[in-house]
Ligand binder design. Structure first.
Ligand code: AMP
Length: 411
């Protein structure tokens, strides 16, 4: 469907044609008319589906159509709550692009950055506010944010907000907005707690589901490597040297693991950069930009740090650790594949991760092809490894405090 058939107005159509959006994506086709009709919506949609424009375009149109004339101070009429700074910034950038030919003003506020400049911008007045929950509440407490005029509230990546412990903040924010408002909720997955939250704050919502069926993997060449935990680094280097071409997103479960791998790859002459929650805001933005601009071809990230960020259409994904939530595997490998071309995923499975593979295969209903031809095969009958510190005179199998500490270091 073309955007003009969605009854968007000229300034918005002009802005999106400039950035070469030709056809609306399925989530946009379904969501835009509902938002324009002021309905509450709950949508299952992942990053990469075009969900930001699905809410941003009709919100801009609603605000544009009912602007105060004259020089009245601007009031926050649309509020988008986002779990992470990166996602908030990305949403803000999109709003700015789409509203280029309107005089609607957008700003983004998030934690981990100086609060004073954010206060100054808010003082000048904005129409659309994009915020992370903590900083929003903080600024509200300091009387720098007035949510009394919010007409549309968007809760983006609601499941991630839940995972990150923001659920009470989100409820509080919802209560700070007027009772009579439109609420739109987007979530990659729909666990029971999200459905519960939706039923407590949305009014007669329309449900939209554009989640790709769980077996999107047809366009991804998946390979599973059984490998000892201690040999994953070597396997990774082996594949980088001999097999993998193009850009690579490597997932690790922990921040510690991400940093360790980054160090190791750099030591071996690879340009790699990492993304995780302990990095400063500036460092995270830099990492992301360098990867997007292709200055660096290897990005190592935790799931939380990479969620909601527009890094898709990659050549390769490496699951250095197998995720313990099967849907996460599907999300991770779904980031590969360029227009028409299949992407590649390489999953490294140690003995203690085998059960994760079976839950993934149960979810997708298909076996992940196993790559047997590699230099570091794991004995298929190997039991989960217990690391015993070299030179330790403790009896094998009994974990000392030192060995426990060292065991932790493997990740
Ligand atoms: P999102 O799912 O909102 O993160 O969007 C993913 C990417 O798709 C972003 O880079 C958008 O700029 C882009 N995008 C969104 N809608 C369209 C569209 N209709 N046509 C082409 N690209 C789009």
């Amino acid at each position: 469907m073309q955007f003009k058939d969605l009854h968007l107005n000229k300034p918005i159509l002009k802005a999106i044609s400039e950035i070469k959006y030709e056809l609306a994506t399925p989530i946009q086709e379904q969501t835009i008319p509902l938002v324009l009709a002021k309905k509450d919506v709950i949508a299952s949609a992942q990053t990469g589906t075009g969900k930001t424009a699905a809410f941003a375009l009709p919100i801009l149109q609603l605000l544009f159509d009912r602007q105060d004339s004259g020089k009245k101070a601007k009031k926050i009429r649309a509020l988008v709550v986002s779990p992470t700074r990166e996602l908030a910034i990305q949403i803000g950038e999109n709003f700015k692009i789409y509203s280029k030919y309107t005089n609607l003003r957008t700003t983004v506020i998030y934690g981990g950055a100086s609060i004073e400049p954010q206060k100054d911008i808010l003082k000048k007045g904005v129409d659309i506010l994009i915020a992370t929950p903590g900083r929003l509440l903080d600024l509200h407490k300091q009387d720098c944010v007035n949510l009394d005029y919010v007409e549309t509230l968007v809760l983006d990546e609601a499941d991630l907000m839940l995972d990150m412990g923001f659920i009470n903040d989100v409820k509080k924010i919802e209560r700070l907005c007027p009772k009579e408002k439109q609420t739109l909720m987007f979530s990659a997955t729909m666990p029971a707690k999200i459905v519960e939250l939706a039923s407590s704050i949305l009014k007669n919502p329309v449900t939209i589901d554009v989640t790709p069926k769980i077996s999107t993997a047809v366009s991804v060449n998946q390979k599973l490597f059984y490998v000892s935990k201690t040999k994953k680094m070597e396997l990774c280097l082996h594949l980088l040297r001999n097999t993998i071409k193009g850009d690579i997103l490597i997932f690790r479960r922990t921040k510690f693991g991400v940093e360790k791998l980054e160090k190791m790859l750099k030591k071996n002459g690879y340009k790699a950069i990492s993304l995780h929650g302990d990095k400063t805001q500036k460092a995270r933005e830099e990492a992301l930009n360098k990867f997007k601009n292709k200055q660096i071809t290897i990005l190592i990230a935790t799931d939380v740090a990479s969620r909601g960020i527009d890094i898709n259409n990659l050549d390769n994904v490496i699951n250095f650790d197998i995720p313990n939530v099967p849907e996460t595997y599907v999300h991770r490998i779904g980031r590969t594949g360029r227009a028409g071309n299949a992407g590649n995923s390489y999953s490294f499975c140690a003995a203690d991760e085998k059960t994760y593979i079976s839950t993934i295969e149960k979810l997708t209903g298909e076996a992940i092809p196993v790559e047997k031809e590699h230099p570091y095969p794991l004995d298929p009958n190997a039991k989960p490894e217990v690391y015993i510190k070299k030179g330790s005179n403790k009896k094998k199998g009994r974990k000392s405090a030192a060995s426990k500490k060292n065991k932790k270091r493997w990740y």
